[in-house]
Design a protein around this ligand. Structure first.
Ligand SMILES: [Zn+2]
Ligand SMILES: [Zn+2]
Length: 173
């Protein structure tokens, strides 16, 4: 089988992933969709609604993402739109392992389990979305690239941090 042509990551591109194929991006907005397609969000990729992007290596982020770190971005709730599937989200909250003592509520797609966003009781009015759910992968390379990496002391030993990003021990907030 011939190798597929390499993807040009310098342009918007929406790879086939999961079951939905109706994600999109514009100059100022983009969609984020769960793996099965039931839940789709729309958010701004610029301020004031877009409030920054960060990597987290904390123990909770490993467990909740089933991976080694979480790649997050924060959206002001007044700028977050549920295009579909809000009723298909399950909320799970806990506070025991949150360093700040705040309660973190996680919103998952009830069908496929994708974590769409988290909300902290300490930061009402904002939702922490996941870069990996954003349909246009070009945005992962550009506007949504994190500027901060936190809990670097908890990072797994075989990863070495995000290039050109501020490294912080503990929470950046
Ligand atoms: Zn889903
Ligand atoms: Zn974390």
């Amino acid at each position: 089988m011939p190798a597929a042509a390499p993807t040009d990551k310098s342009k918007p591109y929406i790879p086939l992933s999961g079951s939905a194929s109706d994600g999109w991006s514009s100059d100022e907005e983009a969609t984020a969709t769960c793996f099965c397609g039931a839940v789709q969000l729309k958010f701004p990729t610029e301020g004031p609604g877009f409030a920054g992007s960060f990597i987290c290596n904390c123990a909770d982020c490993r467990k909740i993402t089933a991976s080694m770190f979480a790649s997050n971005f924060t959206i002001v709730d007044t700028h977050l739109t549920h295009l579909r599937g809000r009723e298909n989200l399950t909320a799970f909250s806990q506070w025991k392992t949150i360093a700040t003592g705040n309660t973190m509520t996680n919103y998952f797609c009830s069908t496929c389990g994708t974590l769409m966003y988290r909300v902290s009781s300490g930061f009402p009015g904002a939702s922490i979305l996941r870069i990996g759910t954003v349909d246009d992968f070009h945005l992962h390379e550009t506007k949504l690239k994190s500027t901060v990496e936190q809990f670097v002391e908890k990072r797994v030993g075989w990863l070495h941090g995000t290039e050109g990003v501020k490294q912080i021990e503990g929470s950046s907030m």
